[in-house]
Ligand binder design. Structure first.
Ligand code: MG
Length: 168
């Protein structure tokens, strides 16, 4: 059984993951409209990953005999001028998500909720991976600047990404 504090905090985290999904879908649409189908693909998969994070937490709440209550999902920005702008926003957002997960972990420690701590370990590792991936893409985009051929190559590369369900 989850304590009320942890149940509420995981519910908040579920909302944050769904907001992330919504943000990345919005970014995907933005780049689709700009004709950058590779970047649009990358964000579409990111959208799927965030939904998988939310579902993993939902399943966990149920496994602990808790209750999930979906809250409204706040609006998201709808336009980004460049790929670099979007990826910088993505990194900033993922840093915030990491902080939320760390706060949740700290709360689980205070509540002596060892199962939640263990569950969150996979999320903590996932955030390290997310941040590293995004930082690498920002580095590549910084390197090519406004070079059309470079941007074309990055778009093609990001178009190769396929969805692999995260093991959470
Ligand atoms: Mg996430």
């Amino acid at each position: 059984m989850l304590t009320k504090r942890i149940e509420d905090a995981i519910n908040e985290q579920i909302n944050a993951e769904l907001w992330s999904a919504y943000l990345y879908l919005s970014m995907s649409l933005n780049f689709e409209h700009m004709g950058r189908s590779g970047i649009a693909n990358w964000y579409r998969i990111q959208f799927q990953e965030e939904q998988a994070h939310a579902l993993a937490l939902i399943d966990y709440v149920h496994a602990r005999d808790g209750r999930v209550e979906l809250k409204p999902i706040a609006g998201v920005p709808t336009s980004w001028e460049s790929a670099r702008d979007a990826f910088v926003d993505t990194l900033e957002h993922e840093n915030k998500v990491t902080a939320l997960i760390h706060n949740l972990y700290a709360a689980a420690e205070e509540e002596k909720d060892f199962a939640t701590r263990q569950k969150l370990n996979t999320f903590i590792a996932e955030q390290v991976e997310e941040e590293e991936n995004v930082r690498k893409i920002i580095d590549d985009l910084t390197l090519v600047g406004n070079d059309g051929v470079g941007l074309f190559q990055i778009d093609r590369e990001l178009g190769q990404r396929t969805f692999v369900a995260p093991q959470l």
